[in-house]
Design a protein around this ligand. Sequence first.
Ligand SMILES: [Ca+2]
Ligand SMILES: [Ca+2]
Ligand SMILES: [Ca+2]
Ligand SMILES: [Ca+2]
Length: 461
Amino acid sequence: MHKHFGRALATATAAALTGGLLTFATAAPATAATGQYAADFNGDGYKDAVATAPQASVGGKWWSGAVGIVYGSSSGVGRTASVSQNATGVPGGAEDSDLFGEAVAVGDLNKDGYSDLVVGTPYEQVGEDVAGGTVVIVWGSSSGLKGATTVKDPAPTKHDRWGQALAVGDFTGDGRPDLAVGATGTTQWIIKGGFTKAGATGAKITYTTSWTGSAGVRRLTSGKINTDTKADLVVGGRAKIGTQRTLDHNFVYFGTSSAPTKRSELPYGTQVAIADLNKDGYGDVVSGWTQTATGSDQDGNGPAVVSYLTSSASVSSSLRLPWPGIPSVGDINGDGYKDLALGDPDDSTEGGVAGAVHLHYGKAAGLTADAVTLTQNSAGVPGAAETNDFFGEGILLTDLTKDGKADLLAAANGENEMDGLVTVLKGSATGITTSGAKTYGPSAFGISTADDPRLGSILAG
Ligand SMILES: [Ca+2]
Ligand SMILES: [Ca+2]
Ligand SMILES: [Ca+2]
Ligand SMILES: [Ca+2]
């Protein structure tokens, strides 16, 4: 089995942000204003997105990591750029094996109208602390992302891999975006809003996860589940609880005016998205896996499951889908029903783990197992399905073109000997279209193809 590098540790990402994005998109679909939790780094009203390349060589340092940036425009992807620890104004410097971009999250943390990008570098050595980890906020501006500020680890001696998971949301309901940061250990942190470029933050508060073991919180997904003003969190980690085997648990935590509180457990999985898929006002959760369901879902793989949740986050009904998948939610055809894209990088229909993307279109009756499946061999999709492409390892539905229809970004992070490739297909009234399809490799972002950058390991926006 190939290794889905970067996925197991980092999912505060496309999925996390989709929940918030949709909340705002539903409330005000036509506004050009920046959503607090949706990526519009340059504030021009067109959604933007990032494609991580955590194994990119930067300044000759292997596996240092970089993040590719696409700026939306009326024609799709406008400008492209990238950021790394060697970029001007970004703290730190590229070093071997830092993995900058192992986790990312988006939100307007300083409330200046420009979305900001939070980047975790969980394997950064901090002083004598190997894999202490660092977190930076890269600031949005009228010219896009530039400059960054470190979010100080409040307890560096208490844990490692600070920043291995990230999520932004107003978890405390005070109107200011907060930052949830995952690390090893059982005590986990929320940095409250009040972020400035000079390094100020609000209060730092803790909550305790219920599982033991050193791996800690490896997934954080922000979204709205109940109808209060506070964002909620799905908190995940690989853990052994009681006499169980080691499993990839996911728990709903409700935001409160202080620390988030645990409410319910969801199906196992390493990939999570929050969105209200049945339009009952309560957020629902899609949990999935990168790997094909060859065994039981307790073996680190299995089918994706849609869990429809109640106001108390209990599961009222669920839908098991016929494949695993990395979920992203958006309204592709603009019919008002949210659609689900599932990246399925292990799909071998077109050859060994060439990958696929399954598009489940929402209807009045809700989502069903019916889907349109795209591979790199589908008519009109650029490129060709090849062994070890992992098409679908990165997945994101977001409206780059501001036409009210979500566009599909799908990454094959194994394309071209692990360089990685991002494919952009536009949404339309009849669904995802291959008309005007475009692809972007590392060079399009100024990212080196030395070593194995694996562009698109995470897509977020
Ligand atoms: Ca923009
Ligand atoms: Ca900002
Ligand atoms: Ca719902
Ligand atoms: Ca739709």
